[in-house]
Write a protein that binds this ligand. Sequence first.
Ligand code: GDP
Length: 381
Amino acid sequence: MEHDNTNTPHPAEGTCSCEHPENDQQYTGLQVNAGIEQPPIVNPYLKRRRRPQLTVSDYVEGIRKGNTAVLGQAVTLVESLNPEHQMVAQEVIEKCLPFTGSSQRIGITGVPGAGKSTSIDVFGIHVLNRGGKLAVLAIDLSSERSKGSILGDKTRMEKLAVHPRAFIRPSPSAGSLGGVARKTRETIVLCEAAGYDNIFVETVGVGQSEIAVHSMVDFFLLIQLAGTGDELQGIKRGIMEMADGIVINKADGDNIERANLAASQFRNALHLFPLPPSGWSPEVTTYSGYYELNIEGVWDMIDRYFAHVRANGYFDERRRQQEKYWMQETINEQLKARFYSNAGVQRMLELKQQMVLDNRLSSFVAAHDVLNFYYENCMNN
Ligand code: GDP
């Protein structure tokens, strides 16, 4: 086939200096040519090949068969802020509920650097060697700020990440503590329906998130370090009160003695607390996640706890109380969302807040005014 070039000017006769700037007399050699247009990073044709939408029963069936791809998609649906996704997610959760409740849920907390990921990797393999499946979830409020979850990250748990019976999911990233925690709570439901009989929920022991984790697990493990000065100063009393077990990590090399000392300090401190409703006195032990020392000791403690609370009925009682807590939390969350998303309330809030700031109205009266506005104008829509 002959090429038609009748309309194409020959470079030699070219007058168009914009196309070949070097031909321009003004050209200094320091100019930068305009580059060529780059193709889009995402191939536009891929858009047409979207993953087919799954129905509620596809999700439930996939989850029940233990299909991790479907489970992952269902968790994404739970985490989605899209109301349509939320509706499907809630239906999937409801259909999964009858297949849940049989797992052991363990919360794991500790300050950054305490060795949570190293330990979870080792604890996880220990648990999996006994059989069953393990899901590792996380509640990480810092993720919203850092735009990425630092907990439950696969790269931090090398052995579990490639284990066929482990499912690792980082923290949901958007929303308030209540919202993030609820999504994790719902993810537990999906994981249990998929046959995960061991659930770890990881959190950073520096804030409010422990309370949320405590309200969704059967056993709460606090990882501590020795030799960081005054051992008991660094953590809040509230976190210690919630712990069912305290483990001192990095008890290896010349740190063993300090770890033992820290353990006895924690034991003494725990003696001052009243016996918790479980009837189980929280225990303290040392171990090394990195060198895999006394992992059996840690797990022996956890096994004894479960035997104790299953025998005295506290296991079921704690779960019942947690259900009540989540019901109240859901009501609180939905009421707040409805209140704050109302345009009239938003205008009223702004107005009254300014009056409070200007010292023209007391905070108490201002709050009542806004609430009354809501009761009178918005309750029925
Ligand atoms: P996280 O921030 O709580 O998840 O802590 P990491 O698991 O990332 O551990 C923090 C650092 O402590 C890493 O450099 C680990 O290698 C180290 N580490 C974790 N466990 C141990 C341990 O048992 N012994 C020693 N010596 N170092 C450890």
